[in-house]
Design a protein around this ligand. Structure first.
Ligand code: LLP
Length: 386
């Protein structure tokens, strides 16, 4: 089954471009709302890194989510889009001084701190601004996620977070500092996680660490379990909205949240992934010695996920219903890895056909590059093309 797209409108637009179905986005946000309203002490922050297109940000902000930022640029984008500063969390292993200062000036909700040297700098910069920075520690829970090695983050070997063994020492250090207030623990084990068992493993670890802290009479108000819920790349139409019900219910059932605590989430891909498609035109169909190539005007510069992670995205020929043939679908960039998919079944492809690369709303436009001096793609929403 192919997606439904406004083809007449597409034909007059210069390709390649990103197309966002705002109905899918709104349905997704409504599902998040429906599921989280059951748990009054849950707070969801949108992980800005997935997509900072202002047209999407305004819809996401209207739905009441907070923002999870990893750079000063993302803090600017969040504020510009109207996210309230007291719902912004700021993560990242390498926060620059200007970024910390910016976050302090805006009075963001919380810094997710990844090391003692970073904590010291935040304390110093907060003192200079005569402020107290609220901090959570990102603890590396040493929990593996069943996902691509490049997007798993919670293993001891990854660069992220503070090790469990160091937690007590780091908490003690923070408690002695005047210009930081220790308010929570932060975790994130990886992205595109479909197996709820991985989240259960995280919950078990959080429960252990909480018990350990409480034994030392240290109470934290906030637990942040990051993001990571995956989407169904194989069936963007059948499962346009991810399974938020099971996701939040897993945490409700497994994480021993104390009554005075808030549980925070940082969801990126599951919010915007399915609403976006990269729309491209076929430049040439080339018969190689062993196979046929469909050469598109979009490449790894517009969507790098297949080249970088061997990620699968469903590809559809929107303008043909002819007999299905197998093609290697490739981009124009001078790199062997500039391939969207090999031996992909498509309705017979001709020059000028419009191709949709689906489930590209997350980490698509946000990771665009100008390599080969290529023009950055435009974006359109379904609301704009009515
Ligand atoms: N919180 C933290 C601390 C993170 O590092 C991430 C993603 C998220 C939240 C949001 O995770 P999500 O809900 O989107 O899974 N470019 C890669 C994904 C990198 C994810 C990085 N961290 C990709 O295209 O698959």
């Amino acid at each position: 089954m192919k997606g439904v797209f406004p083809l007449d409108k597409f034909r007059s637009l210069p390709t390649p471009f990103y197309y966002y179905d705002t109905d899918v986005l709104r349905n997704t946000l409504a599902a998040i709302h429906r599921e989280t309203i059951k748990y009054p002490n849950y707070a969801v922050h949108y992980a800005m890194k997935a997509n900072v297109n202002p047209k999407l940000l305004s819809v996401i902000r209207e739905s009441g989510l907070g923002a999870d930022c990893v750079s000063g640029g993302e803090i600017h984008a969040a504020i510009r889009a109207g996210f309230s500063a007291d719902k912004i969390v700021f993560a990242g292993v390498g926060k620059a001084d200007w970024e910390i200062n910016l976050a302090l000036e805006h009075g963001i909700f919380c810094f997710n701190v990844e090391s003692v040297p970073e904590l010291e700098v935040i304390n110093e910069l907060a003192a200079a601004q005569n402020k107290v920075a609220k901090v959570a520690f990102r603890i590396n829970p040493d929990v593996g996620a069943h996902t691509h090695a490049n997007i798993t983050t919670g293993l001891a070997e990854n660069k992220f977070g503070i090790s469990m063994e160091d937690m007590d020492r780091v908490v003690d250090t923070a408690l002695e500092m005047k210009n930081v207030k220790f308010i929570g623990l932060h975790f994130h084990i990886g992205s595109q996680i479909m197996d709820m068992g991985d989240f259960i493993a995280l919950c078990n670890r959080v429960n252990e660490l909480q018990d350990k802290l409480e034994a030392r009479c240290i109470l934290v108000e906030h637990i942040n379990v990051g993001g990571g819920l995956g989407i169904d790349y194989a069936h963007p139409n059948r499962q346009a909205v991810p399974n938020f019900k099971d996701y939040f219910a897993t945490y409700a059932g497994q994480l021993k949240l104390r009554p005075y605590q808030t549980l925070h989430f940082e969801l990126g891909r599951s919010v915007v992934g399915q609403c976006g498609s990269l729309i491209s035109k076929v430049l040439y169909v080339k018969q190689g010695t062993k196979k046929k190539f469909a050469i598109l005007d979009a490449g790894m510069t517009e969507l790098i996920r297949p080249a970088l992670y061997q990620a699968y995205h469903k590809i559809e020929n929107l303008t043909s219903d002819d007999v299905v043939q197998a093609y290697d679908v490739v981009g124009p960039v001078c790199e062997t890895s500039d391939v969207f998919g090999k031996a992909i079944d498509l309705n017979k492809v001709r020059r000028g056909d419009l191709i949709a690369i689906r489930s590209a709303g997350a980490y698509g436009e946000a990771m665009v590059s100008g390599y080969n001096c290529r023009k950055l793609p435009q974006s359109y929403t379904s609301a704009e093309l009515i």
